[in-house]
Design a protein around this ligand. Structure first.
Ligand code: DAH
Length: 338
């Protein structure tokens, strides 16, 4: 009869030598399985005399318990090892920089918008906002542009399926000029306001987009002259472009709502864009009929108005040659401004 202690020792050594949990379970069968060594010994008990049965039986059982304990110990060792491996593989490296969800930026045209507001606020201009779906009167008639007047075709206007209270179909405003009338009718002179906002025209090429932005300016008091327009506007340009090295010229033009009317061209006098006139603005002294529609007496009140394209200013500021880039939403383009 083999020494039980030897069996226990061998079992311990075999368990220790098992390299994987599966190998361990195979080794277990050698000792505790149906045909295992200890099982065989227990089966052999039947042949022993009664006195020896009890004594030897209890010894085998003790040996069996010792082998089972050794087995469980090794099993736990495997479990601990597995846990350690998992902890190591799933460990979070807190020294890695976090993954950000990406910060948004301000659109270049919006930057221009904000900048224009900032500059005009410093010289006492209020900032006003108004509807993009306008009525016919504010858009045209009040601006001295009566129905059937040929000047209406200066702008290729979008109309929407809505009529105003007079039964006229409503346009998407093709310019911010209606805001002159809206604001002036609600405020007392001196009236000093800019109105930036979205505008719409049936127009689309490298320098025109069906939706674009303008900023309207209006200064009405008892003696606001064309010289004031020049002073304010040129000063604005110098501040906007952060350079003294530019000149502006006021070229005679026609708008129904101003008399005299001018288009403003500017030119940089140094740097890479030096020496090329670019049209950026329509302006003039507000027509007496329009002043009357403000609810004011044109014999007493006079002043200037202007309308500038925000995309144009932005294109000049950053040297962009295609206005459509502003509206394509291409991050490669937009990221450059933030
Ligand atoms: N509303 C004109 C346009 O969109 C621009 C303009 C011209 C605005 C003269 C003015 C102005 O206020 O006085 O083309």
């Amino acid at each position: 009869m083999e020494d039980l202690n030897q069996i226990i020792e061998r079992a311990r050594a075999d368990f220790a030598a098992a390299a994987t949990p599966a190998a361990l379970e195979d080794v277990k069968a050698v000792y505790l399985g149906k045909n295992g060594q200890l099982t065989a010994l227990l089966k052999g008990l039947a042949k022993l005399p009664v006195e020896e049965k009890r004594e030897f039986g209890s010894k085998i059982n003790q040996a069996k318990q010792a082998v089972e304990a050794a087995l469980n110990e090794r099993r736990e060792e495997f479990a601990r090892q597995k846990l350690q491996e998992r902890l190591a593989s799933e460990a979070i490296d807190i020294t890695l920089p976090g993954r950000s969800s990406g910060t948004g930026g301000i659109h270049p045209v919006m930057k221009t918008w904000m900048r224009v507001e900032e500059i005009f606020r410093t010289i006492g201009f209020d900032v006003a906002d108004g509807p993009e779906v306008e009525n016919d009167w504010y858009t045209f008639t009040a601006l001295n542009n009566p129905p059937n007047h040929p000047a209406r075709s200066m702008q290729d206007t979008f109309y929407v399926d809505l009529v105003d209270e007079t039964g006229k179909q409503m346009p998407l405003r093709p310019h911010t000029s209606p805001m002159q009338v809206r604001y002036a009718r609600q405020h007392k002179p001196p009236i000093k306001v800019i109105a930036p906002g979205r505008t719409y025209r049936v127009d689309s090429d490298a320098t025109h987009s069906p939706m674009f932005h303008q900023v309207e300016g209006l200064w009405i008091d008892e003696n606001i002259s064309f010289a004031d327009l020049k002073g304010v506007y040129v000063d604005f340009l110098r501040r906007f472009f952060e350079t003294e090295d530019l000149v502006a010229r006021f070229r005679p033009s026609y708008f129904p709502f101003t008399e005299p009317s001018a288009e403003v061209d500017m030119m940089f006098t140094s740097g890479p864009r030096k020496g090329k006139w670019l049209e950026i603005c329509g302006a003039g002294e507000v027509h007496p009929n329009v002043v009357r529609n403000f609810g004011l007496d044109p014999e007493r009140y006079i002043g200037f108005a202007f309308g500038t394209g925000l995309e144009r200013l932005t294109m000049l500021r950053y040297g962009i040659d295609d206005l459509r880039l502003f509206f394509e939403g291409d991050l490669r383009f937009l990221k450059q401004f933030n």
